[in-house]
Design a protein around this ligand. Structure first.
Ligand SMILES: [Zn+2]
Length: 356
């Protein structure tokens, strides 16, 4: 007996028109709905390991203790720790002395201070490090409730930026959507500061595997807004066909990409488990071609009712890849580029040069 998800996967995945037909606005609604997934995702069901342990002699980095179901937090914290620009920014901050008593009793303290302490611990500790101070600062009272790593990333960056706005800097990009009415040619420009790009992961023609590089290019392709998605033109004072194009106005140092694996269909959430080619290099079309290199992949194993997050990260210090599964860290060979579990990807701008 197949699960409802299997049936959906068969009927949903080959039919690209089903989701593409939602149009830009439909996809935005889906994006807005993603945080709700966190409420549905509980308890570990299963997870698989990708990559082969090399059992090398190099000592792996230190892992993080899972407090219950905090693998999503551990995964994103390790990704941030191994983002050179972000780690440097956190460690160089001059902060007032922390107030651990206040944090313990009221869940209120400086998240940035706690993050700096955590990063120092990850540099120096000999055993897995706890994230209790971070979860208290974030107000996460139920550590047994798994949350979505996208929501966690947004929360961390937003909360930290309240204290130190410069901590967003490495990830921040500026985009502009240009919508042009096809009748009067009037243009509307919508500027937006973003911390990440969200791309669809539907299969390509004849169910070929979707590539992240192609999906990113598709984001910046001019599309026609017609039919039910017609644009309301204020000059024409009615809905008209329009063109819509997303343009980059400022590039980030670190490009964060989320794969739109969680979607809403016929009154329910689903997870798309199709394979995606995780491109090692990405080209962003601004102002001329800019190259980005992959250095971190967060995987989500499982489905909406249960799952586990791990992070595969290239250590810029040791120049090799590790898999971080909470307190267990092992060196891996760079895995196959096709993945049905990759969910969050981090790329670093090549023109920044090597890290030290
Ligand atoms: Zn018009």
């Amino acid at each position: 007996m197949e699960s409802p998800g299997d049936g959906l996967a068969r009927c949903l995945l080959p039919d690209q028109g089903l989701l593409c037909g939602l149009g830009t606005w439909g996809r935005r609604l889906l994006l807005l709905s993603i945080p709700l997934i966190a409420m549905l995702s509980v308890s570990l069901s299963f997870w698989r390991r990708r990559g082969r342990s090399t059992r090398g002699t190099r000592k792996p980095p230190i892992g993080l203790v899972n407090q219950g179901a905090t693998c999503y937090l551990n995964s994103i914290l390790q990704c941030l720790f191994f983002t050179p620009e972000f780690r440097k920014a956190v460690l160089e901050l001059e902060l007032p002395a922390a107030q651990p008593a206040l944090c313990r009793d009221h869940g209120e303290s400086s998240l940035v201070t706690q993050l700096q302490r955590l990063f120092l611990d990850l540099q120096d500790a000999q055993a897995p490090v706890t994230t209790r101070a971070i979860t208290r600062c974030l107000g996460l009272r139920n550590v047994y409730e798994q949350q979505d790593v996208l929501e966690c990333f947004q929360t961390l960056l937003t909360r930290m930026a309240v204290e130190k706005v410069e901590l967003r800097q490495a990830f921040q990009m500026l985009t502009e959507r240009v919508i042009q009415c096809q009748v009067c040619k009037d243009e509307t420009r919508l500027e937006e500061a973003r911390l990440f790009l969200m791309v669809t992961v539907l299969p390509g023609p004849e169910e070929s595997v979707c590539s992240v590089a192609e999906a990113v290019q598709a984001l910046f392709r001019k599309e026609q807004v017609t039919g039910d998605n017609q644009y309301f033109c204020e000059m024409c004072d009615r809905k008209e066909d329009a063109s819509s194009e997303l343009c980059l106005r400022a590039l980030p140092s670190v490009l964060v990409i989320f794969l739109e694996r969680f979607t809403f269909y016929r009154g329910a959430f689903w997870k798309l488990k199709n394979k995606v080619t995780v491109s090692e290099k990405l080209i962003l079309p601004f102002p001329e071609k800019n190259c980005y290199n992959l250095f971190a992949v967060c995987h989500h194993f499982g489905d909406l009712t249960g799952g586990h997050y791990v992070a595969d990260i290239m250590s810029f210090e040791k120049r090799c890849w590790y898999r971080f599964s909470d307190d267990h860290v092992e060196e891996i060979q760079p895995g196959p580029s096709e993945s049905s579990t990759a969910y969050l990807l981090m790329y670093r701008r090549e023109s920044l040069g090597p890290t030290t």
